[in-house]
Design a protein around this ligand. Structure first.
Ligand code: GLA
Length: 306
C-alpha cells in the first residue's frame, strides 16, 4: 500500500468543502502568509484586502490562489514527470492591483527531487509572494503528531510576531531560543518551552530568515523521521521559510481514506518572502514591477537514511 507523506483529499470535493480546509497542498497567492491590517500602499495608492484572519489578510484572502481553478497541462518534453499550471489573476482580484499571469510547474526528477517553479508577470506594479502549503508527515498522513521529526533550518534569525502573527519588524537571533534549529533538534523538544513567541502562535508558526550566499537555489531546511527513515531536504531561491507545526489542525478535517488530521499531525515548510513585507520597507521587497518577470524555485528532495 502507498504511504502518503502529505495530507490531502481523495477528490476535489475535499478541497472545495465548507468550511474551507487549511490549504492542504495548495499553491498560495497572491500573497503567502499575512498582510497586517489587510492593507498596503503601493506607488502612493492604498489597497484594501480581505480580512480573513482577524484584522489581517491571510494567504491571498477568502478566495486566494488555493480556491481558484488553474489550467493544467503535462509538459512531457523533458522526459520527466512534469505538470504545469497556469492562472490569470485579474486586476483587482482579492483587492490586488494588476492583471497577473502566473505559472507553477512541478517536476519529479530521477533523483527524487520535487521541483516547484513559479513564474509570473503583471501589467501594473503589484505585490507577490508565492508558496506551496504542503503538510508533511514522513510517517504517513494519518500517523499522528510530528513532534519526533528532526528538523534543521539554515537560519540565524527569525521575525518575531505580535498577537495577530504579524512581524513586529524585529529580526531576532535564534541563538539561545527554541527557534535555533541550526543544529538538528526534534520538533517537540522545545515546542512546550516557556517562550512568548511559542505562546503567541501556539507552537511554531514563524518566518525564519535563511542564511544565503547568493540568489540561487540554496539549502533551507531538512526534516527526517526516525521511525520511517524518510528525509526531506528543502532548497529554495527564496529568502525565508515559514515553519508551521499544524497548530490549527484539530481533527475536524477528514483527509485521504477518511482519516482525521489531528493537532500537530503534520508540518509545513513554506518558502517565501517575509510576511507583511509590503508594510515593512526594510524587508526584502515583494513588489513586482509592471512587465518584470517573477521567478522562484523550491525543491523538496526526498531520500531515506538508516
Ligand atoms: C500558515 C500560517 C498559519 C496558518 C496556516 C494555515 O502556516 O502562518 O498561521 O494560517 O498557514 O492554517
Amino acid at each position: 500500500l502507498p504511504v502518503y507523506v502529505v495530507m490531502g483529499f481523495d477528490s476535489l470535493h475535499g478541497y472545495t468543502q465548507f468550511p474551507p480546509p487549511p490549504y492542504f497542498g495548495a499553491t498560495i497567492g497572491r500573497y503567502a502568509n499575512r498582510i497586517g491590517g489587510a492593507k498596503f500602499t503601493l506607488d502612493g495608492k492604498t489597497y484594501t484586502l480581505d480580512k480573513n484572519d482577524g484584522a489581517n489578510s491571510l494567504h491571498g484572502g477568502f478566495h486566494g490562489f488555493d480556491k481558484v481553478m488553474w489550467k493544467a497541462k503535462p509538459a512531457v518534453a523533458t522526459g520527466l514527470q512534469n505538470i504545469e499550471f497556469s492562472y490569470l489573476s485579474k486586476d483587482g482580484e482579492e483587492g490586488y492591483p494588476g492583471n497577473l499571469t502566473v505559472m507553477v510547474s512541478y517536476t519529479l526528477t530521477n533523483d527524487n527531487d520535487l521541483r516547484i517553479h513559479y513564474s509570473a508577470i503583471a501589467d501594473q506594479d503589484t505585490v507577490i509572494n508565492l508558496t506551496n502549503h504542503s503538510y508533511f508527515n514522513l510517517s504517513g498522513h494519518d500517523a499522528g503528531e510530528i513532534l519526533d521529526h528532526v528538523l534543521t533550518i539554515n537560519a540565524d534569525r527569525f521575525t518575531p510576531v505580535d498577537g495577530g502573527l504579524i512581524p513586529t519588524g524585529e529580526l531576532r537571533k535564534v541563538e539561545g531560543t527554541p527557534f535555533d534549529f541550526r543544529q538538528p533538534h526534534s520538533v517537540g523538544e522545545r515546542i512546550g518551552a516557556k517562550d512568548e513567541q511559542l505562546t503567541l502562535a501556539s507552537g511554531y508558526d514563524h518566518n525564519w530568515i535563511l542564511n544565503r550566499k547568493g540568489t540561487g537555489l540554496e539549502f533551507a531546511a531538512r526534516v527526517s523521521d526516525p521511525k520511517s527513515g524518510r528525509v526531506i531536504e528543502c532548497l529554495t531561491t527564496e529568502p525565508a521559510i515559514q515553519f508551521y507545526t499544524g497548530n490549527f489542525l484539530d481533527g475536524s478535517f477528514k483527509g485521504k481514506d477518511g482519516k482525521p488530521y489531528v493537532h500537530r499531525g503534520a508540518l509545513t515548510l513554506e518558502t517565501q518572502h517575509y510576511p507583511d513585507s509590503p508594510n515593512h520597507p526594510d524587508f526584502p521587497t515583494t513588489t513586482l514591477k509592471a512587465g518584470q518577470q517573477f521567478d522562484s524555485t523550491t525543491v523538496f528532495r526526498f531520500s531515506t537514511q538508516q
